[in-house]
Design a protein around this ligand. Structure first.
Ligand code: TRP
Ligand code: SF4
Length: 326
């Protein structure tokens, strides 16, 4: 028996990195065993902040699908699809926009944050304010009950639940109230110790080469107070150590002791971390290479998934129109 239905998605803003992998994808891969899964590439959501330059969206969609497959998403078991290929999301978005009070959207903490953070871009648009309504539509159009997301998405999920409740109250109980499934893994920092983000250039991409991985690890910031190899180190402030903890918890314990006793130098410590990362990514590189060798595969797979998703979405929309007498 499946535990329920999952929907989650990522925006096609570029290749995915270790942060996406540990923070979300590796969790999705495990959930495939227990849930019926829908994994979207949400290209309409990419427009909310990046509507001016759309030149790389299509290419990015393919890269994201390759990274999904590389991570171990299995299209035989999970439905991998493109948001813009299922027009029902747009119809539901429009209908839900009619019942969503402006105040709910204006009060959303992510809305206020983003307006400040992206001050250089003009995102004072109708579409950007409606981001959570589109996200609610993504989830509700599949009547998904479980949504694996990071902590940053909790306000959006809360809004999805409120919108579902309001629809069910006004018309008929069509939608389950979707609950968040939080990933317990702490977020991985970038190689420079700041938040991992493409715009900081501090990521390790899933599609990196082995050489790139080794270079990134070599460049990682360590304990700044540790100057000589004979100085005892403080792993708790070291980026290298935080990667050990995320990728190889048992080895992390060994490194912790060695570092504090000045029993290992940072160069050797990094070298061994690079081996760990390479070993972790190797099976993904293999899968990604297999996909690269089969050029039509990504499009074909996406098309099949999208058509499967459309069937489910279209059945929900019949119920929605019926409930609303539209
Ligand atoms: N807002 C999500 C993010 O930025 C992406 C997203 C869009 C999503 N629609 C979704 C996630 C539906 C889960 C479910 O990460
Ligand atoms: Fe960091 Fe390893 Fe150097 Fe300790 S030995 S400071 S854990 S890189």
């Amino acid at each position: 028996m499946r535990k329920g239905r999952i929907l989650s998605g990522m925006r096609p803003t570029g290749r995915l990195h270790l942060g996406n992998l540990l923070g979300a994808l590796s969790n999705w891969v495990k959930l495939q065993d227990d849930y019926e899964c829908f994994f979207a590439v949400v290209d309409w959501h990419a427009l909310t902040t990046g509507y001016e330059d759309t030149s790389s969206i299509r290419e990015n969609v393919r890269e994201v699908v390759k990274d999904y497959l590389a991570a171990g998403i299995d299209p035989e078991r999970s439905t991998v699809f493109l948001q813009s290929g299922v027009k029902e999301h747009a119809e539901l978005h429009l209908l839900l926009s009619m019942i969503t009070p402006l105040g709910w959207l204006e009060r959303c903490p992510t809305y206020k944050d983003q307006l400040q953070q992206l001050a250089g871009r003009d995102i004072t648009t109708y579409g950007f304010l409606g981001y959570p309504v589109l996200m609610a539509s993504d989830i509700l159009v599949y009547r998904a009950d479980t949504v694996p997301v990071g902590e940053d998405q909790l306000p959006h999920l809360e809004l999805s639940r409120e919108i579902a409740r309001r629809f069910n109250f006004l018309y008929a109980p069509v939608f389950p109230e979707p609950k968040a499934l939080l990933n317990e893994v702490p977020t991985l920092v970038g190689t420079d110790g700041r938040k991992m983000s493409k715009s900081y250039g501090n990521t390790i991409q899933i599609a990196s080469t082995e050489e790139e991985v080794r270079k990134s690890v070599q460049s990682m910031v360590t304990d700044p107070a540790r100057i000589r190899k004979s100085d005892p180190g403080h792993p708790e402030v070291c980026t290298v150590y935080s990667y050990y903890k995320a990728l190889a918890p048992q080895l992390a314990e060994v490194r912790d002791t060695e570092c504090r006793n000045a029993g290992i130098g940072c160069v050797a410590c990094k070298k061994q971390l690079a081996d760990v990362v390479v070993e972790y990514l190797s099976p993904m590189w293999e899968r990604r290479n297999a996909v690269e060798k089969d050029p039509g595969m990504v499009d074909a797979l996406l098309e099949a998934g999208t058509s499967q998703a459309r069937q489910v979405a279209s059945a929900t929309m019949e119920q929605v129109r019926e409930a609303m007498k539209i």
